[in-house]
Ligand binder design. Sequence first.
Ligand SMILES: [Cu+2]
Length: 148
Amino acid sequence: MQILWSLSLSIVLLMLPKFVSAKNLEIEFTENDSYNIEVARISVGDTIRWLPKNEGHNVEFFAGPEILIPKKSEMDEPYSLVFSAPGVYLYGCTPHANMGMLGLIIVGNDLHNLESIKQTKLSPIGTSVLKRLVRIAGSQTRSPAKSP
Ligand SMILES: [Cu+2]
């Protein structure tokens, strides 16, 4: 009986990571023409959902380790994407990216393409916002062991 119990317990423990690893993160469009989370950290296989809490915004991908299709969301529509390739993704709002409405997503704690992200051609304001986000991305790299 005890063997059966510990066997079923280890099966449960083996299966657990499959259920807890895929998570959802929600990012809102704010009234200040920004995303409420500018640097998002997720694990491979996680989903990000953008919520149109304010009008006149969307999500358009500028750079990343994989080509995302569709690359761009509809204005004022919720949008959700599963990230399966580790690395850094840069996106922004189509009409406001030039004003600095940008976001970074770091998937799997992997910064291998951060240098190419830095080279993305943006407006002067966009470039300065990107520099700030890249600094945050580089300074807060968490160790994978810490993630639950
Ligand atoms: Cu916008």
